[in-house]
Design a protein around this ligand. Structure first.
Ligand code: FAD
Ligand code: SF4
Length: 600
């Protein structure tokens, strides 16, 4: 059992946080920097991106040229260790045998969780996104509005560093002046799409990503983020001084040894540990929330993955931040005679209304981008531009046949060649090899484009998770069983995404690899496939209709919080992680205030 700090675990902490990813990292950071004694439990092993990231290895140095395998689905060099669609010995099940209703669950068992290799796309939800029911009568409104969360978006953006621009577009909020860092230049394919997109009314703008394009001004930012707290300012300034700016040369999915992009392991955990207020136990698989007879949480039991023993830790407050579905699993597995349906489940809604992002893809090849003179447009390891949802008015007027919006993410560029770059080549070069193959590779390299649609799903009664009555994992913990169904809103949206991608590629003078499908149910990716799962402990204003209140605090157990994506009452097209962090910071501020008042 690794204890990352010098001390042994204390008999009792102020707060126990389960999970060390975006949610756990943000929660522990906010609390520890304000002097709260925190113990973090992390199921995976310790992981240090500074020493473990294979930043400068090329694919030919990797087995199978780095291509994906069941153990490493995103390729040999991907940052995920001990994780993927399947984790050995830690299964999950699906209630339906219909492949279209299968939910796929990605997990990363490592310190920092999925933040070590996430795409770093960091978009704010807009005002409409917190009140979707009020706009179209579907799903649920959140009990909070954009104005409640905006100050926390500001703080998170300042802390982690986000590049992008303020474009003043509908429901796509600007950040206050001076917060965003300058975005990298658009790549040739993105510029062409922007130019031609204008002619067909599809906007292309710089994307927001959690990557430093400049070094951070540590002292100034620390003073803004921790006013009146010189100790926190000192620690944060030091941590920020250890982050370099991106040098535009590697693949963010491998992690970043120079700490230029956001990972919990390089941004949240170092200052939180340096504060002296955070202890971290790795290889500690949270199992149950411990409860007393008065209905308060007292701590957490976990399986020590090294010894397989079940152990207990205690705190005044328990925060579940193990990723939305895993936190549901812990709540449901905490059932007892006193809590027969699991803890915090008097509404019966724990596990209900799980959501992912709607995903559909369309790719093609653009002759105008062939034979470009060799140039370096590696940039930050991901898209530099995107298409924000642009049809709010048409949709609101009922002209589209589906209720919620999407954005398009790009695949373009002449980045470091990897297996993906050759994807279209095989179909274009007639199977030649040798000198002809090399000439074709030079001709076509950088001329492939792809658009990945990312859209809003409306929560529904048929998408939920529950405890499988028969299956346990290798630690003896009952596993989750998923139930999943897309509605026609999502399948029609997926069709529209493909059509928009096709319109853009055609406007660029390109050829489609495949035409858009007529049936959106064919275009749509499986639930969970976009790895934006949220919901299951949704927040609301009514304890009978929600699991948590606006502070991510469970209605039933006042010292039990869920700060991952579980409390999302809807899942806007904007990728969820920036909002997870903003809500985790807001919930932590509430905990601080309630602790000060003696209420917690
Ligand atoms: C390839 C990929 C690309 C992505 N791209 C984007 C993107 O561009 N933008 C975006 O917004 N989002 C993106 N995401 C999603 C993003 O990673 C998640 O939304 C985010 O990490 C969720 O944070 P979390 O803290 O809830 O979960 P995680 O980051 O998964 O962290 C959960 C942690 O809890 C630990 N844990 C789990 N169960 C237990 C337990 N029982 N006991 C103790 N510890 C436990 C896990 O090991 C893990 O370390 C992407 C994800 C992937 C995989
Ligand atoms: S592209 Fe930049 S931020 Fe991403 S891993 Fe490389 S250096 Fe780090």
């Amino acid at each position: 059992m690794a204890l990352l700090t010098a001390r042994k675990t204390q008999p009792r902490y102020d707060v126990i946080v389960v999970g060390s990813g975006a949610a756990g990292g943000q929660t522990a950071y906010t609390l520890a920097m304000e002097g709260v004694k925190v113990l973090m439990l992390e199921a995976g092993r310790n992981y240090d991106p500074v020493t473990e990231t294979p930043m400068f290895e090329t694919n030919h140095q990797a087995p199978l040229r780095g291509t994906g395998t069941p153990d490493k689905p995103f390729g040999f060099h991907d940052a995920t260790i001990d994780g993927g669609w399947q984790v050995p010995g830690e299964p999950y099940t699906n209630a339906s045998a219909d492949p279209k209703r299968e939910f796929k669950w990605w997990r990363s068992r490592m310190l920092g969780g999925r933040t070590n290799h996430w795409g770093r796309i960091a978009l704010r939800n807009g005002p409409y996104d917190f009140k979707p029911y009020s706009r179209d009568g579907l799903g649920f409104d959140w009990p909070i509005s954009y104005e409640d969360v905006a100050p926390y978006y500001d703080k998170v953006e300042m802390l982690i560093g986000v590049y992008g621009t303020n474009e003043g577009r509908e429901n796509t909020p600007n950040s206050p002046a001076g917060i965003l860092q300058p975005p990298p230049l658009m790549r040739a394919g993105e510029r062409l799409a922007q130019h031609r997109g204008k002619k067909i009314g599809i906007p292309v703008i710089p994307i927001h990503r959690a990557v430093l394009s400049q070094r951070l001004d540590g002292p100034a930012l620390a003073a803004k983020l921790h006013p009146k707290n010189p100790a926190a300012q000192r620690v944060l300034s030091q941590a920020m001084s250890e982050r370099a700016a991106c040098f535009w040369a590697t693949n963010c999915g491998r992690g970043c040894a120079i700490r230029a992009n956001y990972q919990s392991t390089t941004v949240h955990l170092p200052p939180a540990l340096a504060s002296g207020n955070l202890d971290i136990l790795t290889d500690a698989m949270g199992y149950r929330v411990l409860m007393d007879d008065q209905g308060k949480a007292t701590g957490v039991s976990y399986i020590d993955r090294k010894t397989r023993e079940e152990k207990q830790v205690f705190g005044r407050i328990v925060v579940l931040a193990a990723s939305s579905a895993e936190s549901v699993r812990m709540l449901l597995n905490s059932k007892s005679a006193r809590h027969p349906a699991g803890v915090a489940n008097s509404s019966g809604l724990v596990g209900k209304y799980i959501m992912d992002t709607v995903g559909a893809y369309l790719g093609g090849q653009v002759p105008a981008l062939e034979n470009l003179p060799p140039h370096n447009e590696d940039g930050a390891g991901g898209g530099h531009a995107y298409v924000p949802w642009w049809l709010y008015q048409e949709q609101h007027a009922g002209k589209l046949g589906f209720a919620r919006g999407y954005h398009l993410e790009f695949e373009t560029g002449r980045r470091m060649p990897d297996v993906d770059v050759t994807r279209g080549l095989a179909g274009l070069n007639g199977g030649n090899y040798g000198a002809a193959f090399k000439a074709d590779a030079r001709r076509y390299f950088g001329s492939f484009v792809g658009f990945a649609g990312r859209g809003e799903m409306i929560p529904n009664e048929d998408s939920f998770c529950e405890i499988d009555p028969a299956v346990k994992d290798k630690w003896g913990i009952p596993v989750l069983r998923f139930n999943w169904k897309w509605s026609e809103h999502e399948t029609r949206q997926a069709k529209h995404m493909q059509e928009a991608g096709a319109a853009l590629i055609t406007a660029m003078g390109g050829k489609l690899f495949k035409p858009p499908v007529a049936d959106g149910a064919e275009a749509i990716a499986n639930g969970g496939f976009i790895i934006h799962e949220v919901g299951g402990t949704i927040m609301g204003a009514d304890p009978k209709k929600s699991v948590t209140n606006q502070w991510c605090q469970t209605w039933d157990v006042k010292n039990l919080f869920v700060t991952d994506g579980g409390p999302f009452a809807s899942n806007a097209d904007k990728n969820p992680t920036l909002t997870i962090m903003a809500l985790a910071w807001r919930a932590s501020d509430y905990m601080l205030e309630e602790m000060r008042k003696g209420n917690l």
